[in-house]
Design a protein around this ligand. Structure first.
Ligand code: GLU
Length: 374
């Protein structure tokens, strides 16, 4: 049995392994490292923890197998490389986990699968059943069919969405640096690592913009995006170096070998689904009073606090709620379309009838359909 820092039992864990940790300089799979990480995952599984592995590296390994000297440029070339690399990758996991008698199952997802509520719920059921059978799901984006514009930005985001969907306690991003730094430690020797982050401040976000991890597609921008999803959903996240010995076990110690992101509050499953999987269709800018009412008092969004509307959205669409500074602090499902909000902004709820000629709701976004972001 494994315990988390707060003493609670660790039940469900997602481990994301980045491309830079999976592939050597030559382009072939980094087998000794993969072997070590798999043995750590296996130990967790044997201790009764549900573990899903989110793996990158399919395109990279496919490239090598197909003798593509340059990075594939066209989409069909990338998709062909992914098809070849993905099966090679799963064979590696299959072999590694067989050493421990643990079956693996390939789970390939696209953004569309997560967007459709019925498919999303189906996916969760599949994960639950795989875990019941003691399987380690090996997850990646379905790169061979995913359309470019509709992709997850990368596997950092995918792993956070999977962790959120299956209600994991912890997401560990294994990468080629020791965590999140105030600046790029490879360029700036005075850069310091953040050990614990409980708020995503502007300083943190700005410090991360130029800190790319070397081979991966992500860098820190998408790792912080993943952190935002986890912290908003109620999942702890750790960024750690894939080369650290016993990295998963150590992640559960009071001083993990990396940066630990502490979640704020636990979000209900339906809220997690719409907040992180539906596309954002527009933005509503609100004044400070409305901002405080939503953030600190958990109130619904009334028309009176609304200062401006951007984008075109319909009833039921997901919209970002931003302060007057334009920064998004919450999001939710709108009761009124953008045209309607434009007409009722600034009004008291009692004036909605007068302005629209009808009144379907008193509030623009009900608190049951509203999520505050970390
Ligand atoms: N899905 C891609 C692959 O397996 C990786 C995406 C990423 O690097 O985050 O090649």
């Amino acid at each position: 049995m494994h315990h988390r820092v707060d003493g609670s039992e660790l039940q469900r864990l997602v481990v994301k392994i980045g491309t830079s940790s999976l592939i050597c300089e030559t382009g072939s799979p980094a087998l000794p490292r993969i072997r070590r990480i798999c043995s750590e995952v296996a130990q967790m599984r044997q201790a009764g923890v549900d573990v899903a592995v989110v793996t990158s590296g399919a395109i990279g390994i496919g490239r090598e197998r197909l003798g593509m000297v340059e990075r594939p440029k066209t989409i069909p070339e990338k998709q062909a490389a992914a098809a070849v690399g993905q099966s090679a990758l799963v064979q590696i996991y299959e072999r590694e986990f067989a050493e421990y008698g643990i079956p693996v199952g390939q789970v390939l997802v696209t953004r569309d699968d997560m967007k459709a509520r019925s498919r999303y719920l189906n996916l969760i059921n599949t994960f639950n059943t795989l875990f019941d059978f003691g399987v380690v799901p090996i997850v990646n984006e379905n790169d061979t069919v995913a359309v470019e514009e509709l992709r997850f930005e990368n596997n950092d985001i995918l792993s956070a969405l999977v962790a959120s969907a299956i209600d994991a306690d912890l997401l560990v991003l294994l990468t080629d640096t020791d965590g999140l730094y105030t600046a790029d430690p490879r360029k700036d020797p005075s850069a310091k690592r953040y050990d614990v982050v409980d708020e995503l401040t502007l300083d943190i976000l700005e410090g991360a913009t130029d800190t790319a991890s070397s081979y991966g597609t992500g860098g820190f921008h998408t790792k912080l995006e993943a952190a935002r999803i986890c912290m908003s959903a109620g999942i702890e996240m750790v960024i750690a170096n894939a080369d650290t010995e016993r990295v998963l076990q150590q992640t559960l110690s009071p001083t993990p070998p990396g940066t630990r992101f502490i979640p704020k509050h636990h979000l209900a499953g339906r809220k997690r689904w719409f907040a992180f999987n539906l596309p954002i269709r527009g933005r509503i800018l609100v004044d400070d009073g409305a901002r405080a009412a939503v953030l600190n008092k958990g109130k619904s969004l009334l028309p009176s606090g609304i200062a401006a509307v951007q984008g075109q959205f319909d009833h039921g669409d997901l919209v970002a709620i931003c302060g007057l500074d334009g920064l998004e602090f919450a999001r939710g499902l709108a009761n009124y379309s953008s045209d309607e909000v434009e007409r009722i902004k600034g009004a008291n709820s009692s004036e909605i009838q007068l302005r629209l000629g009808y009144k379907d709701y008193d509030v623009v976004i009900h608190r049951d359909n509203l999520v505050c972001l970390a």
